[in-house]
Design a protein around this ligand. Structure first.
Ligand SMILES: [Zn+2]
Ligand SMILES: [Zn+2]
Length: 269
C-alpha cells in the first residue's frame, strides 16, 4: 500500500496516513520539518526521503497516538510535555491495530483496507524520546520559520505552528472540521473554557495567516472556521445552549454544530 502525497502549498506536502490522519512536510532552505507523524503505519521515512534530503526536525501537534505514533522513525522530536502520559500509554502496536479497525469503516471504507493497513505496522516500534516544546519557540528552517503557539483544549499539550512566510497555521486537532473535547461532565465546561481561550489566542495572530493546515480530512481550511468554533464555545458557555447526545463512529458524546464546524464535548472516548 502507498500513502497518498499531495503538494498543498509552496514546499509543503500532505502525507495522508491512509485517509485516517494527516501529517505534513514543510521544507525550508536549510532544514525540513515533519509536522506530526501519523499513527505509525509504514512506510514513513522512505516517503519523506523521496521528497527531501534536508536534515529533519519533527514537530508534534499533540500526543494523541494518531499524531505521534510514527515517531519511532525519527531522531529529533519536539512535543509538549503535558501530553506525555497519554502518548506513552497509547504508543503500542495493539493500539495501532485497534485504531485501523475502529476508524477505517468510517474514513477509508473498503474490503480489506484495515487488514492491508495493519500489515504495514513494523514489528519493532521502539519508544521515542523528545524535547519538550515551549510556547513561543521558533524553529528556523532557513527561508521559513515555524512558531509554536500552545493551544490546550483538545488535549493539554496541544500546540499549533505558525508559518508566517506562507501564511499557514498548522493546527492539528485544535481546529479542523470536527473537534473533540474530552472529559467528564463536571470538568468539561472548564475544558471548553480552556479551549475558548486558545481559540481567542489564535485569532490574535489572524493577520499572519490565511489557511489552517489541519490534522484530519481535507487539509486546508479558511481561517474563519476559528470564528465558528468561537461562536460555538460562546453559545455553550455564555448563552446556556446545549448540544445533543450522539454516537457516530468512534465518537460518543454531546455535539453542537455551527455551519461547517462541530464541537463534540463530554466525550469519554
Ligand atoms: Zn487528537
Ligand atoms: Zn487526531
Amino acid at each position: 500500500m502507498k500513502k497518498p502525497i499531495y503538494l498543498i502549498a509552496d514546499q509543503t506536502y500532505l502525507i495522508s496516513d491512509y485517509k485516517l490522519v494527516n501529517y505534513y512536510l514543510a521544507i525550508g532552505s536549510d532544514k525540513a520539518a515533519v509536522i506530526d507523524t501519523g499513527m505509525g503505519y509504514g512506510p514513513i521515512i522512505d516517503d519523506i526521503k523521496s521528497l527531501t534530503d534536508k536534515p529533519l526536525v519533527v514537530l508534534i501537534t499533540h500526543g494523541h497516538p494518531d499524531h505521534c505514533g510514527g515517531a519511532y522513525a525519527f531522531d529529533e522530536i519536539f512535543m509538549h510535555g503535558a501530553d506525555e502520559t497519554f502518548a506513552k500509554e497509547t504508543y503500542t502496536n495493539e493500539f495501532r491495530s485497534y485504531y485501523a479497525d475502529s476508524r477505517v469503516p468510517e474514513r477509508f471504507p473498503g474490503k480489506g483496507n484495515a487488514e492491508a493497513i495493519k500489515a504495514t505496522i513494523p514489528a519493532s516500534t521502539p519508544p521515542f524520546t523528545y524535547t519538550p516544546l515551549i510556547d513561543g519557540q521558533v524553529f528556523d528552517l532557513g527561508d521559513r520559520k515555524l512558531e509554536t503557539i500552545h493551544t490546550p483544549g483538545h488535549s493539554d499539550g496541544s500546540v499549533c505552528f505558525l508559518d508566517r512566510k506562507n501564511r499557514l497555521l498548522f493546527s492539528g486537532d485544535t481546529v479542523n472540521r470536527s473537534i473533540i473535547i474530552f472529559g467528564e461532565h463536571e470538568v468539561n465546561y472548564q475544558a471548553i473554557k480552556t479551549y475558548q481561550d486558545s481559540l481567542q489566542r489564535l485569532w490574535e495572530y489572524e493577520a499572519d495567516f490565511d489557511y489552517l493546515v489541519v490534522g484530519h480530512d481535507e487539509p486546508l481550511l479558511d481561517k474563519t472556521i476559528i470564528q465558528k468554533y468561537l461562536a460555538i464555545t460562546k453559545e455553550l458557555l455564555e448563552h446556556g445552549a446545549e448540544g445533543a447526545y450522539e454516537e457516530r463512529g468512534i465518537r460518543k458524546g454531546w455535539v453542537y454544530r455551527y455551519d461547517s464546524a462541530e464541537l463534540w464535548y463530554r466525550c469519554l472516548s
